[in-house]
Design a protein around this ligand. Structure first.
Ligand code: ADP
Length: 331
């Protein structure tokens, strides 16, 4: 750990860097803003590291001030941009990064990203740099925290799409398969499915059977239902093949909508802005207390923190109760 010991037994950090890494998520800007503003409030110098670990290796770093983060709380994406860096996965790459941190006098780094980015932060902390991770990923695939920044906004984006698709689906009496993101974690499909009243939800955590989906569609049609929404998490089955199979088996016209990257964009929801603001401030607080190699999370609306290693070892539990509820409510 670098820095001098202060009166309270913490470490006297003077300069901290902040970066966003891996997949972008709405609300990352609100987290950057919170880090910069609460850092400056606490008399720290804040350096913005552009394009994640790639920019760190390249020294793509600029000091940030209060106005660097003006007018960004409501913007999607990340003003610091993001990247993936193969080089940072190597010891030689990290050596370059350490050298850059030394040149810029950076004692601590706040990393906003997903599990891969946290692994990178853990490596940096092993090399003596204080690091804190903030969860920013739309998939909500981190087991240690109830929510990660960006997830709520994405669910809202999907809900908006479901409502629009439902209008046209109803007019024609069709079924519609909506493919959403979340290749290892079905939370986007699950939450949007429950909130959007989907008839069937297909997620990686639960076995799925086309005949069950068809049965539901036929049941619905027999009781006069005019529309059906099937929410499908990506990478489980080709949506167009599924649609053909459903049409063959039910004779119900079935259309496909793949939402794709619109799920990453947009102005962050109130929930994500508030979560990001609280987490950003906590990350700075932890560095001021001399804590390192930890991540910030949220459990039951309380912001907490724990070692990165512990956070990464926690497996994500799929919310089976919620999944069962979607079935009951779509009978
Ligand atoms: P996310 O953070 O969204 O999970 P990635 O898994 O792509 O995204 O990770 C982002 C970046 O973090 C990678 O491009 C790499 O630079 C760094 N990283 C990931 N895993 C490791 C690791 N085991 N050691 C060092 N750096 C890593």
């Amino acid at each position: 750990m670098t820095g001098m010991v202060n009166n309270e037994g913490g470490v006297w950090v003077k300069t901290i860097g902040v970066l966003t890494s891996g997949g972008d998520a709405p609300g990352m800007n609100a987290a950057i803003r919170a880090v910069v503003r609460s850092g400056i409030y606490n008399k720290l110098k804040i350096m913005g590291i552009k394009q994640g670990y790639k920019g760190l290796i390249e020294g793509n770093i600029e000091e940030m001030n209060l106005s660097s983060v003006a007018d960004i709380i409501h913007r999607g994406g990340t003003i610091l941009r993001t990247a993936r860096s193969e080089e940072f996965m190597t010891e030689a790459g990290r050596k370059k990064a350490l050298n850059v941190l030394k040149i810029f006098g950076i004692d601590g780094v706040i990393v906003i990203g997903g599990d891969g980015s946290f692994r990178g932060a853990e490596k940096l902390s092993e090399d003596g740099i204080m690091t804190i991770g903030i969860p920013g990923t739309i998939d909500n695939d981190l087991g240690y925290t109830d929510y990660s920044i960006g997830f709520d906004t994405t669910v809202n984006t999907v809900l908006d799409a479901i409502s629009k698709i439902r209008d046209t689906t109803t007019s024609h009496g069709r079924a519609n398969i909506i493919e959403v993101m979340g290749r290892h974690c079905g939370d986007i499909a699950l939450y949007a499915g429950l909130g959007g009243g989907a008839e069937s939800i297909i997620v990686p955590e639960e076995e799925f059977n086309v005949d069950d989906v068809c049965r539901k569609l036929i049941q619905g049609r027999n009781r006069g239902k005019l529309h059906s929404i099937i929410l499908l998490a990506e990478n489980i089955i080709n949506a167009y093949n599924l649609s053909e199979e459903i049409e063959e088996k039910t004779d119900i016209a079935t259309r496909v909508t793949i939402l794709g990257h619109i799920q990453r964009g947009g102005s962050p929801s109130a929930f994500d802005r508030i979560l990001a603001s609280r987490m950003g401030a906590r990350a700075v607080e932890l560095l001021l207390q001399g804590k390192s190699s930890r991540v910030v999370g949220v459990k039951g609306n309380e912001i907490n923190d724990m070692p990165i290693s512990q956070a990464l070892s926690e497996t994500k539990d799929f919310n089976k109760n919620m999944y069962e509820l979607t079935k009951i409510l779509s009978i």
